[in-house]
Write a new protein. Sequence first.
Lengths: 441, 444
Amino acid sequence: MPDLSVNFAGIKSPNPFWLASAPPTNSGYQVMKAFEAGWGGAVWKTLGVPIVNVSSRYGSVNYRDSRMIGFNNIELITDRPLKDNLKEIEEVKKYFPEHAVITSLMVESRKEWHQIVKDAENAGADGHELNFGCPHGMCERGMGSAVGQEPEVLKIIVGWVKEVATKPVIVKLTPNISDITEPAIAAKQGGADAISLINTIQSIVGVDLDNFVPYPVVDGNSTNGGYCGPAVKPIALNMVKNCAQHPEVSLPVSGIGGIENWRDAVEYILLGAATVQVCTAVMHYGFGIIREIIPGFESYMTSKGFKSVSDMTGRALPNVTNWENLNLDYKIIAEINKDKCIGCQLCYIACEDGAHQAIGVGQNGTRVPFIIEENCVGCNLCSLVCPVENCITMVRKDDGKKIESWKDRTKSGRIPTTFNDPLAGGIHHKVPEPQKALKSK
Amino acid sequence: MPEYKKPETKQEFDTNFQQIKPLMNETEAYYESSRCLFCYDAPCVKACPTGIDIPLFIKQINTGNPLGSAKTIYDSNYFGFACGKVCPTEVLCEGSCVYNLQNVKPIEIGRLQSYATASAIGKDKIYFQPTENNGKKVAVIGAGPAGISCACELRMYGYEVDIFEGKENPSGLTIYGIAPYKITNEEVLSEIDYLQKQFGFRISYNSRIESKEDFKKIEKSFNAIFIGIGLGITGRLKIQGEELQNCIGAVEFISELRMNHHKTHVGKHVIVLGGGNTAMDAASESARMGAEKVLLAYRRSKEEMKAYGFEYELAKNAGVESIFNVSPVEIIGKNITEGVKFARTKIVNGVFEIIPDSEFVLKCDMVIKATGQTKHKEVLLNIDHLEFDKKGNLAVNPSTFQTSNPHYFSAGDIISGGQEVVNAVADAKKAAKGIHKFLSGQSV
Ligand SMILES: Cc1cc2nc3c(=O)[nH]c(=O)nc-3n(C[C@H](O)[C@H](O)[C@H](O)COP(=O)(O)OP(=O)(O)OC[C@H]3O[C@@H](n4cnc5c(N)ncnc54)[C@H](O)[C@@H]3O)c2cc1C
Ligand SMILES: Cc1cc2nc3c(=O)[nH]c(=O)nc-3n(C[C@H](O)[C@H](O)[C@H](O)COP(=O)(O)O)c2cc1C
Ligand code: SF4
Ligand code: SF4
Ligand code: SF4
């Protein structure tokens, strides 16, 4: 059996699957229920001076028959008194001493930071997560993402916390910034022990077309919210990768954003996360999703021969490079499996209207399209739109002997440099004459 | 054991004749429409005789625009709702859905179509505004799918249209012939009502046009005439005993069933003669009316039955049994039907033969003859210069639907010998274009 236990910057946990600071960690009742279900850790709903929330609070993006592929909230930090939370943290730790309970914190002054860190540690917290991420409401008051967006301020506050903290300190980053590594480096410089990302992305998920108000609607008005759920995963994965690869960050990363199943968790870990955190998927399906995550994750580890989570962490990072290093001589083209094809012709119209006119139809009296090899640039589009698994595959055409990147070509002076340069990559592509598009002429 | 208890009330009748394509609710329509791939040059569209832009109307349902969806449907097919419920989609659009090739359930196009159109009918949504009257008049004989579809289209060109219908309800076999578990009377009538409100054609009921004088009169008052009278009553088998009580033609039986529901008389042991879709319907319907035993008897082999496989399955599932390669030679009984004498048959070198001395009797108390409908020859012969095709159907020009008498046009079962509602609707629309071209010289 692979070992799932982790030591994240000094915070020990039976597995890398934590609940993110959010409604599922609002109370001791929920956190205990989650631990019993199998979650390894929980970042408590952010503590601070309690707030007052509005209703409604959530909006979602549905895609066809899929609900909540993206989720948006305008909630703030905890609305419960600090003492209630601390009492419940203490109780959870009594029942689950081996599990990780991390207190998410957000206050303003140095004095408040000192006080709340001490209180949390007295209650038994195994670590702290500084919420510099919340992109709505709190930031208007100079907290949350207002801090996360100012690396200098962030560094100072981390310093305040480290003055008193005896437990590891994680800085939670906001994605609402152009270069995520800047606040990550600031966190490192301030003395943080780890970072977690991403918090939610500023968003509007939709507009009520009849009343002209975005969702969620609060008595006829709305405000921007924070976006999360499956739709944000690609953005979060890239940010996690950026932090994990940056030599000046070099901190353990807790990956967050759109994680719902074992595959998502594996992806984060391969791109450099040491633990992962989940919010939306639990808000959608409950704590029970952990029973799909753990066995799937374990059997993946076994199949790849990974003994521990740290074996896996960052395993894909060496294969993520800059564009200029990619091999320009690698050539693939699409191939259609006639037996699998169901004749929807989505590949045809996608390539015809949206790519390179490299697919034809109407051959041999069947609906199976065919690839016009000399036009195919190997972009993948057709294989992505094809509704049948493994029906369109991309087949390698070069012999693999020549490897030349943009960087290499730049060195040897073989890149296009003028507007009509004969070295233009598309110079050989057969683009149909424009008039051919006109049916009537 | 019969599958169904004899229905004593309308409610029990409705339970036994539960809709096999019930209306979708919003959630089901949303989920089902989500599955459509929006195929390019979609094969489902090609398989629809009226060429509805199926991927478009499905996408419109999925984007919360059922009324836009209904418009897409009605633009191609004036019987959009009825067709969604009664079309043999298994051999048309749904049978061509690409999902079949993946062994995945095809999109339920028919039910989605009814879903969208039902919302338009329910809201009395007006899509069509007939053109101002152009001063010319067309008579339509028969208010079946063909007649109504032709009338709608003609109104769009500005013709005044009078429909003469022999019966007291519109829609032809849609209400008098199609199985009650496919569409209810109320559903049929509400769509016709909806169309009539928009297009403003007139219908005179109980107005059969059949004699030479009737036609002469109509010829005088109208610029062109459309014949949409469908097929006639069940043809005679020309065997002994055919006149006995409880030996009845299938279309007559079904017509009574559609009008009288549970009050229709059905025997305990019913023998249905025939192997086409009408035979399957009559057998299913008898079983659903609580007959203890229903036997389908077909002259040829199972494989040679003209009925669609799914219609045969439906009958079998209702508890219907069958016997093949038997030909009725006499209906037995004194006044009332008591049985059928059959002879066994075989095919020798492709020729159908009765096997000598193979006769036997099967008892029953009701015989339903689903052996084909007559072709209104006695009526059509009262119109001058009509020609007929090899099968005895009224002959028309395949693109204009003009008969050999230039003032007469025709479409529907009367020219095809019996197809589906959707074919009648499609062809009649083309016939209206033919009439317009004839009367205005303009092609559309
Ligand atoms: C038992 C049965 C089941 C069927 N089931 C289905 C099904 O499930 N799905 C499907 O798509 N199709 C089905 N069909 C076929 C479908 O009903 C017909 O193809 C369609 O109704 C043909 O339309 P039509 O307008 O040509 O003729 P009809 O529907 O027959 O309409 C003709 C109209 O003309 C009237 N008429 C006749 N003579 C005169 C006259 N002399 N003067 C005035 N009016 C006259 C009739 O009263 C009738 O209203 C079925 C047919 C039968 C017999
Ligand atoms: C309703 C809601 C409230 C949240 N509250 C907090 C919070 O108090 N503190 C915090 O650090 N993050 C908060 N988050 C952000 C989540 O912890 C998490 O970073 C984000 O939702 C991305 O993960 P997910 O895609 O699994 O939901 C909240 C998210 C939601 C949906
Ligand atoms: S890979 Fe791209 S260019 Fe080639 S056939 Fe597919 S869509 Fe067209
Ligand atoms: S997208 Fe796939 S299934 Fe559809 S026509 Fe192309 S190859 Fe065939
Ligand atoms: S064939 Fe099926 S999937 Fe394709 S457009 Fe038609 S209904 Fe949709």
